[in-house]
Design a protein around this ligand. Structure first.
Ligand code: ARG
Length: 261
């Protein structure tokens, strides 16, 4: 008797709960579209890094990384808003919650792994040396004794330059916040060498032919990853799954062809 009473009471409660939740749904939105919110994530990038991220004539930020993170977002059902930000400010911005994702040709390094979480690598690159087109003196790292390097602040190129400075090879390292200014410094003779990611220096040469040239082989081999705040597993899982999906469905190869083809 008591048992049956309990069962009926429970059943009534369950029915009431279902009815109540149905009611709430009806009251809060007229259409399903309005009640289902698409999450928005802020993507930080330093956009002087073609073909990965740069601005077009209209000032819009475009590039391989931008298209790729947008494709991943579309696959995973979230939206992104692209925010330009200094390269050395990306990790602090992730940590402070000002951006959710860094999509900025960021090399996965041990040091950075301690500060943020990286997606699976999405492309390989590496550092190369560049000199003025008419420089016949510097043919490789061995010719950098007493020379001045220009680099972008906070980058692996900057780290490499400081290694060479500390080893007593370079005489000075000049840091600039954007890559176009780094290149200008080389062209104007304020620096003897630039240490920068090879595909980006190649893109610069394509755009401004005859001013600088690449010497030596790649100095390093590096992999780029998207970064999120340490512990943001939910977002990282979406990025990784989305990345796998856009590789599998051919979107990734289309983007490679579009920006590197
Ligand atoms: N790959 C280098 C690094 O992680 C340089 C990246 C610079 N990226 C940029 N968007 N400016 O340090």
């Amino acid at each position: 008797m008591t048992n049956n009473f309990l069962k009926i009471t429970m059943l009534a409660l369950v029915i009431f709960a279902i009815a109540a939740s149905g009611c709430t749904g009806d009251q809060t939105g007229d259409t399903i579209e309005e009640t289902e919110e698409i999450p928005l994530y802020y993507v930080g990038t330093e956009p002087t890094f073609p073909p990965f991220e740069y601005t077009d004539e209209t000032g819009e930020i475009i590039g391989f990384d931008i298209d790729l993170i947008k494709a991943i977002a579309a696959d995973q059902g979230f939206e992104v808003e692209i925010q330009p930000i200094g390269f050395d400010a990306l990790i602090p911005a992730l940590q402070g919650g000002n951006i959710d994702i860094a999509a900025s040709g960021m090399t996965i390094t041990e040091e950075r792994e301690k500060e943020v979480d990286f997606s699976a690598p999405y492309i390989n690159a590496g550092l190369a040396l560049a000199v003025a087109a008419d420089n016949d003196e510097i043919l490789g790292v061995d010719d950098l004794q007493g020379k001045i390097a220009a680099v972008q602040v906070g980058t692996t190129g900057s780290m490499k330059a400081h290694e060479l400075l500390d080893a007593g090879i370079l005489s000075e390292v000049k840091e600039f916040s954007t890559v176009d200014v780094v290149m200008m410094e080389l062209i104007s003779g304020g620096a003897d060498v630039v240490i920068n990611d090879l595909p980006v220096t190649e893109a610069y040469i394509k755009q401004q032919p005859g001013k600088i040239k690449i010497v030596d082989d790649k100095l390093t081999s590096e992999s780029y990853g998207f970064a999120v705040k340490e512990g943001n597993k939910e977002l990282l899982d979406m990025i990784n799954t989305g990345l796998q999906n856009v590789i599998a469905d051919g979107t990734y190869d289309e983007l490679l062809a579009k920006y590197f083809g």
